[in-house]
Design a protein around this ligand. Structure first.
Ligand SMILES: [Zn+2]
Length: 635
């Protein structure tokens, strides 16, 4: 594995963020997700025409040709006939346009005179129409990060896709609630040079968008796409990085992946492999596997499948080479075969014996293919035509390995790694949306927005320092988090709670809970607000908040009263507290008699050990002091 030197990376960033507008982009439905079970389902089968598609995801086409269908789940509170594609879209949501134009002004971009809605082909079923609607709002902006100018190429407004809920062999399920929620998309030029810089720019873009107070928070509300290349590498798109913290890792891993592919290329050159050595002369070894224990192969053979093998001369050891931890070159080769032929069973010699394929079967395969010690093979079990097509793709990918890193589109995975989805499309496949008239951007509107710009991040910071006496670090953390608005709401309605405590809870505490695996994102603003109301009213101690938050993630619909009951949380009354203090004082009678008020620390310590979480430490201090001085005076 190589580590690409810092600065040799060229990366561009696309930040997508859901807008928190009152309605969706093309209809009056709300922009919140469904909480109830769907009322109705409808099945669709998408039939894209070849002319619309250009270079398509052939794997997706195979799914359709296999009779795969899409099951849409619908309820009338979160969707209407527009989402079902049974009624044409309405005009663009004005509020969404205004948020995007405000962002355009903040990024010093030039707004378009007229907003034209375009259709972008999408055939995975995530849009009921078979395309996604998108429009350019502004171009040629820029922002400053650490003294460097980062060009903002484009700001667009798009409709979000439906939300995938289920995936079985034959049916993919989507919920229509998310379909049509406005998304703003901010695209930088490919000028970012290090993983850290990518993360910084993404954070800064996010912070500027947040100043509009019109973006959503929580998992799924932010998605970042990357394009990355290294010298002699290729432009690779990584789609859908959900967490900001994963961006730097994703960039580094992709640069490393390309670096290792270049190493594979060098090694193949050294071994003297040329494109003409890779021959499309496949050998059928179905008989050899008639008695196999390998489940995937057995399955294929029982469905009229064959076992077809291709030789990869002098590729031994390289097919199994790790490009980055957890991703082998062989997996990449297989992905290409799966993409172009939709095959299920594909294996390479560096991973065999394995998957039920025995050492003996491997030896026999090698003999039949006439393999030398440095040669590798790929084996496919599927219907003949498909198996052949899969091996053609394997040979194509192997030929590429000798000369280049292929341009491709990959999906970001939750651990920062990525997975091949398709070769990189040459150009966006777009055509005009005739159902939505263009929207003129008037000078009056632009002037109005320019004179009503939101508070700048640096102004927000000084306000946080002054108004709430937060320290610089906490103020910055709050600004970088998604909780600034919630913080101000809570502080305004909870005068008994220290602002710095609220800020710490919303930033450091929630981050550390997240690191423990608590899905903090699923708890709504209203629920967190409620928790603080109960703390403010003295019903529960602020120390119990982490426990409450955990409980809420497991009981998303649960109320505060249910939480308090189920966790056994309740504040002690002053009398109950006094009783406990009395017990501790009499247990330490001697100490109290000898030392009087000087025994405070030790009594306080033992009382707190018992009542932590069910009494306010300030109140405990007051009552313990009162009790001790009482003894002192009477003694
Ligand atoms: Zn609707």
């Amino acid at each position: 594995m190589t580590t690409s030197p810092e600065g040799s990376i060229k990366a561009g960033l696309e930040v997508h963020r859901q807008l928190d507008t009152k309605q969706k982009l093309f209809c009056a439905c709300p922009t919140s997700l469904a909480e109830l079970e769907p009322e109705r389902r409808f099945l669709r089968r998408l039939r894209p025409t070849q002319s619309e598609l250009g270079q398509v995801d052939r794997a997706a086409l195979f799914e359709f040709s296999r009779g795969k269908s899409i099951d849409y789940e619908y309820d009338h509170q979160t969707a209407c006939l527009v989402e079902c594609d049974e009624e044409p879209p309405g005009n663009l949501c004005k509020e969404a346009i205004e948020v995007c134009l405000t962002a355009a002004i903040l990024f010093n971009a030039r707004p378009v005179d007229e907003i034209h809605v375009m259709r972008k082909i999408v055939i995975d079923g995530s849009n009921t129409t078979g395309f996604q609607r998108t429009c350019v709002i502004a171009m040629n902006g820029a922002m400053e990060i650490d003294g460097k100018t980062i060009p903002i190429d484009q700001i667009s407004l798009e409709e979000d896709a439906a939300r995938k809920t289920t995936q079985t062999r034959d049916v993919t399920g989507y919920r229509t609630d998310r379909l049509g929620i406005p998304l703003i998309e901010v695209t930088t030029a490919p000028v970012l040079q290090t993983p850290t810089e990518v993360e910084k720019v993404a954070l800064a873009i996010g912070n500027i968008l947040k100043t509009t107070l019109k973006v959503k928070r929580g998992l799924g509300s932010v998605r970042q796409d990357l394009n990355i290349s290294i010298p002699n590498g290729a432009i690779v798109e990584i789609k859908g990085v959900q967490k900001l913290e994963l961006l730097a890792k994703a960039v580094k891993l992709e640069a490393d992946r390309q670096g290792t592919l270049l190493e594979v290329r060098e090694e193949l050159k050294k071994r003297g492999v040329g494109p003409n050595d890779l021959i499309r002369n496949y050998v059928e070894l179905t008989d050899l596997f008639n008695e196999t224990k390998a489940r995937v192969v057995k399955d294929a053979l029982s469905h009229n499948g064959v076992v077809l093998c291709a030789k990869l001369p002098k590729f031994a050891g390289l097919v199994g080479k790790e490009l980055v931890p957890g991703l082998r070159f062989g997996t990449e080769i297989s992905s290409y075969a799966i993409f172009s032929a939709g095959v299920g069973g594909i294996f390479h010699s560096d991973e065999l014996p394995g998957y039920g394929i025995t050492q003996l079967e491997v030896e026999k395969t090698k003999t039949n293919l006439n393999l030398g010690p440095t040669d590798a093979f790929v084996l496919v079990a599927d219907e003949y035509g498909r198996a052949k097509e899969a091996l053609d793709a394997v040979i194509d990918r192997a030929v590429d390995a000798i000369s280049t890193v292929p341009e491709e589109t990959r999906n970001a995975l939750p651990d920062g790694t990525s997975k091949f989805i398709r070769p990189r499309p040459s150009a966006a496949r777009m055509y005009p949306e005739t159902d939505v008239p263009p929207t003129t951007v008037t000078d009056e509107l632009l002037h109005f927005l320019a004179s009503n710009l939101p508070e700048k991040p640096e102004v927000t910071i000084s306000r946080l320092l002054e108004k709430y006496s937060l320290n610089q670090k906490l103020a910055k953390q709050l600004l970088d988090s998604d909780y600034l608005q919630l913080f101000e709401t809570i502080v305004a309605s909870s005068p008994n709670v220290q602002p710095s405590f609220v800020a710490t809870f919303l930033t450091e505490t929630s981050k550390s809970l997240e690191r423990e695996g608590v899905p903090v994102d699923v708890v709504s603003d209203e629920q967190i607000h409620d928790m603080f109301k109960f703390v403010n009213d003295g019903v529960i101690a602020k120390e119990t908040l982490p426990e409450l938050l955990k409980w809420q993630t497991k009981n998303p619909q649960g109320t505060m009263m249910e939480a308090i009951k189920s966790l056994g949380l309740r504040m002690l009354s002053e009398r109950e507290l006094d009783d406990i203090i009395e017990r501790h004082v009499s247990k330490n009678k001697k100490l109290v008699q000898e030392k009087g008020t000087a025994s405070f620390a030790s009594i306080m310590g033992s009382v707190m050990a018992e009542v932590r979480g069910s009494a306010d430490p300030k109140l405990v201090t007051k009552r313990v002091k009162a009790r001790l001085s009482e003894d002192y005076h009477s003694g």
